[in-house]
Design a protein around this ligand. Sequence first.
Ligand SMILES: NC(=O)c1ccc[n+]([C@@H]2O[C@H](COP(=O)([O-])OP(=O)(O)OC[C@H]3O[C@@H](n4cnc5c(N)ncnc54)[C@H](OP(=O)(O)O)[C@@H]3O)[C@@H](O)[C@H]2O)c1
Length: 253
Amino acid sequence: MEFNEKVVLITGASSGIGAATAIYLSKLSAKLALVGRKETNLRRIALYCEKAKGVKPLAITADVTDDGDAERIIRETVEHFGKLDVLVNNAGVIGMGGIKNSNMETYDKVMTTNMRSVYHLTMLAVPHLTESKGCIVNISSIASTKPSTMALAYNISKAAVDHFTKCVALELAADGIRVNSVNPGFVKSNLLRDIGLSDDQLELFVKNVVGNMPLKKPVEGDEVAALIAFLASDKAKSITGSHYVIDGGSLLR
Ligand SMILES: NC(=O)c1ccc[n+]([C@@H]2O[C@H](COP(=O)([O-])OP(=O)(O)OC[C@H]3O[C@@H](n4cnc5c(N)ncnc54)[C@H](OP(=O)(O)O)[C@@H]3O)[C@@H](O)[C@H]2O)c1
């Protein structure tokens, strides 16, 4: 896969799947714009990427839910590199609880981060992607189609991302822009760190989740990165409006 001269913007690149994707694409010589809120983490990943092929990423410390920051993310990327070829909408948060034990604060935070920011960044990126005949990869989840009682707001935010992916793929096909999603199952990352479990509870939770996966192992971040890279590459030039599941067989149950 060739990413020489391709400008790739990745949100949530300071941790987990986004960081793994940045590192993966840096080895393919992509020009990277990396977004996250935690500046130290973001700069660490950017330095790691630079060491791969000597291409210095643009690190943008920003909150994707802030409208001004969203505009700055797109503006700084295009000012710095002169164009945008690929948008990876990866930044996301989880909030726990079902309809009986969650609250509107959780709903607003999860929907604003996981869906509204994707809508806004995509809207802002479209003029530039039209020029480059570029593409978008949205990071959804198997939670978009698998009902559960644990994280209602998260599940419906990802269902929205899936439908957004299809609608926008249809709308933008005439402009030569492809739009797809990657829907992972459980991947070890910092996503579950904020949900208030102790380390022991978290370990037990992870053990149960992995135990229920038919392949009995978590998906690795760089496996997800490879799928994102494939969908963003010219090898996927006929693929648009699709959801690519990578879940160790979790949806089989
Ligand atoms: N891990 C899984 O099992 C799994 C499964 C399916 C789907 N996913 C999806 O994969 C994506 C990445 O999650 P992950 O597992 O890699 O989690 P993670 O390690 O917690 O990483 C989340 C990333 O999103 C960024 N982020 C969150 N809110 C943000 C905001 N308002 N503005 C800017 N950046 C923000 C974080 O940046 P800072 O830390 O710098 O704030 C971090 O870089 C999410 O969309 C998630 O829903 C994960």
